[in-house]
Design a protein around this ligand. Structure first.
Ligand SMILES: NC(=O)c1ccc[n+]([C@@H]2O[C@H](COP(=O)([O-])OP(=O)(O)OC[C@H]3O[C@@H](n4cnc5c(N)ncnc54)[C@H](OP(=O)(O)O)[C@@H]3O)[C@@H](O)[C@H]2O)c1
Length: 259
């Protein structure tokens, strides 16, 4: 509710987050209050892996819609689509669409573009991560934008509440990010969010703190220079928040590829 009041209209939900009922109640309350209409909102949710079997897909989507108290979802993602075939039992009508997330993205794109399904793809995208090959995320983003595909960045602040890996350094505490923040008299979170927006990538930060929810939305008020954008990209250390390591041996494991 605080997010809708602050101006957010795009919500990234998932069955596995176990909060769809609460999110749905908040949305309904704001619709009833007349703050927003359903059509003002872009609501995303995701099919969890335990529902990948064909007969389960539609029911899972309907359950999520019911939990969220919505007649339709704007985007339904396959949360971790290993083994999931595009086009299987996907509820695609003129209101909602369904596509994989967290995929070996270039292959997923080829598949989905061929199937005529792709409109949006999501990838983990933050300054601390760049792919190891010459197909870096910068190129990937350019490739998506060339094809008219919107890219969403999850964990845009570096997911500071996750357990850290050996190679981990808090993006919000990074000296380069802090230096740029000080120069603009902004917080590191603003710099990280603005970095995405400035390169036309949709950022979906999470916060349970109303003050931060408001702060994170006010990122449209300044410009980063070309040098600052390059400095933020240089924070890269090929580190991933999510590796889905239990699936490393799966033939479609997305992150063992060079991108
Ligand atoms: N498809 C997928 O597999 C996938 C995976 C991961 C995430 N996601 C999506 O991406 C969203 C964001 O990911 P995330 O929560 O992992 O990472 P994030 O947005 O990068 O970081 C969230 C953390 O940053 C803190 N924070 C928020 N605003 C801040 C600010 N202005 N200053 C300092 N700290 C701030 C939050 O604390 P408080 O909450 O305490 O304020 C929270 O601990 C999720 O909610 C989810 O929708 C999708």
């Amino acid at each position: 509710m605080a997010a809708i009041d602050a101006g957010y209209r795009h919500f990234d939900c998932a069955y596995v987050y176990q909060n769809e009922k609460e999110v749905g109640e908040g949305i309904q309350e704001k619709i009833k209050e007349g703050v927003v209409k359903r059509s003002d909102l872009f609501i995303v949710s995701k099919l969890w892996c335990t529902f990948h079997e064909k007969p389960l897909v539609k029911g899972a989507c309907q359950k999520t819609s019911a939990n969220l108290k919505l007649n339709y979802l704007d985007l339904y993602l396959i949360h971790w689509p290993l083994g999931f075939k595009a086009g299987e039992e996907l509820p695609t009508d003129d209101k909602g669409m369904s596509i994989p997330s967290n995929r070996d993205i270039l292959h997923a794109l080829e598949e989905l573009v061929d199937a005529g399904l792709v409109k949006t793809e999501r990838i983990l995208n933050k300054p601390g991560l760049k792919h190891k090959s010459n197909v870096s995320q910068e190129e990937l983003i350019k490739h998506c934008h060339c094809k008219g595909i919107a890219v969403r960045a999850y964990c845009p602040l570096g997911s500071p509440d996750r357990p850290s890996g050996m190679d981990y350094r808090m993006l919000l505490d990074d000296p380069k990010i802090k230096e740029i923040a000080t120069k603009h008299n902004k917080t590191p979170a603003w710099i990280l969010l603005h970095f995405h927006i400035q390169r036309n990538v949709i950022a979906i930060p999470k916060s349970v703190t109303p003050q931060r929810i408001v702060e994170n939305f006010k990122v449209f008020e300044f410009e980063l220079t070309k040098e600052e954008m390059a400095a933020i990209l240089s924070v890269n250390r090929n580190w991933r928040v999510y590796t889905m390591s239990t699936c490393k041996t799966h033939k479609e494991y997305p992150f063992s590829a060079e991108y």
